[in-house]
Ligand binder design. Structure first.
Ligand code: BDR
Ligand code: CA
Length: 316
């Protein structure tokens, strides 16, 4: 079975990503590494522990990552994030705190150890800022050739941003880290905003979880409704909320859900477009492509997989 690590800034769609992973019998979720972003690191870790408990998986270990970006001037979402994900990251829905604590091993060391142990059988899915994996690559550069695959949610290939016209939140939080990952040579699939915004969820679907009559179903429905409501304000024409982070997990489980182009990417780290993902001039014509960039998604098939897997977890 494929080993999976999720690296999360646990907001609403990160929680749906955890749920998708737990509802995927093809994957063995060996750990969650925490990062900052939608919420501070500590809140994200608390969420990870409480959510895995609530979903009936207290065996999932949670590892503390780095608390902030590599450079101090990095973008911070703050109140915007609270508006979209709630002050606690989970739509201001209250769930019991876990009795468990995060592990003492750091996220960076756990990632390195996991690559050494599982090698090509390991998929790592970051759905927040890429600070932890960049630090792991700095500490143990050889893991770039040893890891199975990285499937990241962030950036966009076409002009599309949610922080400003050209940059997406996960990349904007730490452009330097994302750039180090992109140019490291590690095998990475970028699932960007221009694709994830095609996969939308509505109240009609969250009601199906509520109708299950379980605590998990009610939590997932109430939390996601908060997120849908925020989208109604910020992007009223969309008609639902974007399933950014679960799509990255979906692609980790089944790469055929998206069509991809092989392009070596970089991130603008200086100047007015800091945070923009773009083709790397230095490696564009390199015959070796270490990155794949999603350019299309089978929306119906993904939504079917999403509802099937989340519902299985919600009714347990
Ligand atoms: C990404 O930013 C975060 O707010 C979401 O959790 C997602 O990972 C979308 O741009
Ligand atoms: Ca996220």
């Amino acid at each position: 079975m494929t080993k999976l690590i999720l690296d999360l800034d646990t907001g609403v769609d990160d929680t749906l990503a955890i749920s998708y992973a737990l509802g995927s019998p093809e994957m063995d979720l060996i750990g969650i590494t925490g990062t900052y972003g939608n919420v501070l690191l500590e809140q994200g870790l608390r969420n990870d522990l409480a959510i895995t408990d609530l979903l009936g998986h207290p065996e999932v270990k949670v590892y503390p990552g780095l608390p902030h970006a590599m450079r101090k001037d990095a973008f911070s979402v703050g109140e915007i994030s609270a508006f979209i994900h709630g002050h606690n990251g989970i739509g201001d829905v209250s769930i019991p705190d876990s009795n468990r604590e995060p592990e003492t091993e750091s996220a960076v060391d756990f990632i390195i150890d996991a690559v050494k142990t599982y090698g090509k059988d390991l998929v790592y899915v970051p759905t927040g800022p890429m600070t932890n994996i960049a630090a792991a690559l700095r500490k143990a550069p050889e893991i770039k050739d040893q890891i199975g695959r990285i499937v990241l949610m962030g950036g966009a290939l076409t002009a599309c941003g949610n922080v400003n016209a050209w940059s997406e939140a996960n990349i904007s939080q730490d452009p330097d880290a994302a750039d180090e990952l992109f140019r490291s040579g590690a095998p990475a699939t970028m699932v960007g905003l221009d694709v994830t915004l095609q996969t939308l969820l509505t109240y009609r679907q969250t009601q199906r979880w509520r109708d299950l009559g379980t605590k998990a179903g009610a939590f997932l429905a109430d939390m996601t409704d908060y997120y849908i409501k925020a989208y109604e304000t910020t992007a009223p024409k969309l008609g639902g909320c974007g399933l950014h982070d679960p799509l990255a997990v979906g692609v980790a489980v089944d790469p055929s859900l998206v069509t991809t182009l092989p392009i070596n990417m970089k991130v603008d780290v200086e100047g007015p477009t800091r945070g923009r993902t773009i083709g790397d001039n230095d490696r564009l014509n390199d015959p070796v492509k270490t990155m794949q960039v999603a350019v299309g998604v089978d929306v119906d098939r993904f939504l079917h997989e999403f509802m099937t897997r989340i519902t299985a977890v919600a009714q347990a």
